[in-house]
Each structure stands twice: as structure tokens, then as C-alpha cells.
Ligand binder design. Structure first.
Ligand code: AMP
Length: 311
């Protein structure tokens, strides 16, 4: 498969689009598509960063990378009802549109795509489903969530028509699933997965961190520490089985403020089970801290499984 064009390869032959541009808010998919088709016809390379808003440094890292690598950058802000289950926090999800827009403007984003609920037409019934990658980790605890993600991202891609799609490692299962989707549907996109941005104490940045009480916020870094310590024990060969890793994480989060939903160690790309642990792995978990659900993950390579010996 040929990699789509990177900005540098084309810099010499394209007219410049990157100059100062004021952020334009677009609400209709068709309007965005028309605008982007014009840029593409003029040779522009398009970068796209999908978000649910309530933007923080984690999002902005994706935005900055997109701006660096493309002529035109589109960010979307859409709290996607299809990926929330009944009883989940769709209504409570933090919404800060004015603040988000001023941040996108400051970064130099060209278009903020902000569809309303009519993004799903009346009678909507089409779902995109990435079968196996939806099954492990968050899958059993959030039925329908990944179909909601795959469906909305497909719709967003069809509106923004990007060359490059920017996602965060923070939502690791989502990123792997969307990589599969891009391949399976021959979207011909370059997918860039950016490292998780963390607070100085290690807590992964998340819009949902706003739900934490001050006491919970103080305890929250224990989560990342537990995953990091487990990854270290895998790297050193001390932990050789996922079951032992699970036990270690559960033990580290034994304070009653924590409720572990799942913890697992899986093959990093396919999210398949591996026993004994070998090759590139992801240590991933979801926990409740009080009423707030947090997810995090760490990538690690098991010892004695250099590039040659792994698949
Ligand atoms: P969300 O608004 O939570 O749907 O996230 C939008 C994009 O930002 C997704 O690709 C996330 O993985 C990414 N993202 C969210 N938090 C972080 C973070 N702390 N570090 C890196 N990327 C992040």
C-alpha cells in the first residue's frame, strides 16, 4: 500500500494554503465537503482531528501536529450520542464550545466542524462495525460504543475528506480499531497516533478528569503508576502472564476509592491474548475512581522478543 502524500514531498509543487486563516465554524457535512474539495483541487493536503470538545493539551498536541504536517487542518467537535450507552454521561459530558473555538483559533486551525444532532438524519440506521477489535477491553462494558465510534468517524471522514487522521494513544483500542477501519475500507489515509499527554503527576489528560473531586484527583495518579509498574515488570521478565499482570494492577488499586473494571495485557496491534507474554504488548485498564470512569494504557515489549522474533 502506498503511503499518502506527506506535506514535505509536495511542498515544492503546491500553492501555499497554510498562510494565516481565521477559524471558520462549519455545521453541515455537505458544506464542509464542498470547502475541502476546493482545497484539494488546489493541491492542499488536509489534516483532520476528531474530538468531542472540552479541549485540553492532549487534543492540542494532535492539532499542532496536524497543523505542522498539512496545509489545511480541520478539527471536529461533536459529542456523539451514538457512542454513549444508556446510563452513561452523554448529558453531563463537559461542553465548552466558546473556549474550544478560541483554542483552535489560536493554534491556527482552519475549520471547526461542529455538526448538530441532525448529523444523524431522522430514520438513521447504518452502522459501521469493526468486529474483533471491538471485543476485548472496553468492549463488554460499553456495548455498542465502538460501533458508535466507527460510524461517527466514518461519517466525519466523508465530510472532511482528509489525507491524514490524528488520534491519541490515550484511547488505544479506539486507535487500533480505526486503523483497521482505514485499512478495511481502503480509505488511503495516513493515520498518526500521538502519545498520551499527561498531567505532571502522570494522570492521563481527559475531559472526564473534570468530574473528579479534589480528593479523587489527588489519588488519580496511582492508576498510571500501577500500569507503569506492571509494564516495567513485564519488560524485566518478572511478569510472564496477563493473569499475573491483572493481579498486580488489582493489588496496586486496592484502596476502596478504586473499582477496577478490567485490566489486561494484549498483543499491541491485534489486541489478541498472548500467553506467555511476548512481543509488543499493551497494558490497558479501565477503573472507576468514585463515579468517574478512567482509562489508560502503556505500551511495552516483553524481553527476548526483539523486532526479529515478533509479529
Ligand atoms: P475525545 O475528545 O476524548 O473523543 O478525544 C479526541 C482525540 O483526542 C482522540 O483521538 C483521543 O485519543 C485524543 N486524546 C484525548 N486525550 C488525550 C491525551 N491525554 N493525550 C493524547 N491524546 C488524547
Amino acid at each position: 500500500m502506498t503511503e499518502p502524500r506527506a506535506r514535505d514531498d509536495l511542498a515544492a509543487i503546491r500553492p501555499p494554503h497554510a498562510g494565516k486563516q481565521v477559524l471558520k465554524v462549519v455545521r453541515q457535512a455537505e458544506a464542509l465537503r464542498r470547502l475541502i474539495l476546493r482545497h484539494r483541487a488546489a493541491g492542499a493536503v488536509i489534516g483532520f482531528v476528531p474530538t468531542m470538545g472540552s479541549l485540553h493539551e492532549g487534543h492540542l498536541q494532535l492539532v499542532r501536529r496536524a497543523i505542522r504536517e498539512n496545509d489545511v487542518t480541520v478539527a471536529s467537535i461533536f459529542v456523539n450520542p451514538l457512542q454513549f450507552g444508556p446510563g452513561e454521561d452523554f448529558d453531563a459530558y463537559p461542553r465548552t464550545p466558546a473556549n474550544d473555538r478560541s483554542r483552535l483559533r489560536r493554534e491556527g486551525v482552519h475549520y471547526s466542524f461542529e455538526p448538530g444532532r441532525e448529523f444523524y438524519p431522522v430514520g438513521f440506521q447504518t452502522l459501521v462495525s469493526v468486529r474483533d477489535l471491538s471485543r476485548p477491553l472496553c468492549g463488554p462494558f460499553r456495548p455498542g460504543h465502538f460501533d458508535g465510534v466507527a460510524t461517527v468517524v466514518t461519517k466525519l471522514l466523508l465530510a472532511a475528506l482528509p489525507d491524514c487522521l490524528y488520534l491519541g494513544q490515550k484511547d488505544y483500542q479506539q486507535a487500533m480499531l480505526l486503523r483497521r477501519l482505514v485499512r478495511d475500507l481502503n480509505l488511503g489515509l495516513r493515520l498518526v497516533v500521538c502519545p498520551t499527554v499527561r498531567e505532571s503527576d502522570g494522570l492521563a489528560m481527559s475531559s472526564r478528569n473534570a468530574y473528579l473531586t479534589p480528593e479523587e484527583r489527588e489519588r488519580a495518579p496511582e492508576f498510571a503508576r500501577a500500569l507503569r509498574a506492571t509494564a516495567k515488570a513485564i519488560r524485566s521478565g518478572e511478569i510472564r502472564e496477563a493473569s499475573e499482570a491483572r493481579r498486580r494492577i488489582r493489588q496496586a488499586l486496592r484502596h476502596p476509592s478504586w473499582r477496577l473494571q478490567y485490566a489486561d495485557v494484549l498483543q499491541a496491534e491485534t489486541l489478541a491474548e498472548v500467553s506467555p507474554l511476548r512481543g509488543r504488548l499493551v497494558v490497558a485498564a479501565a477503573v472507576y475512581l468514585g463515579r468517574t470512569r478512567l482509562i489508560d494504557n502503556v505500551l511495552v515489549r516483553a524481553p527476548g522478543t526483539g523486532k526479529k522474533g515478533t509479529k
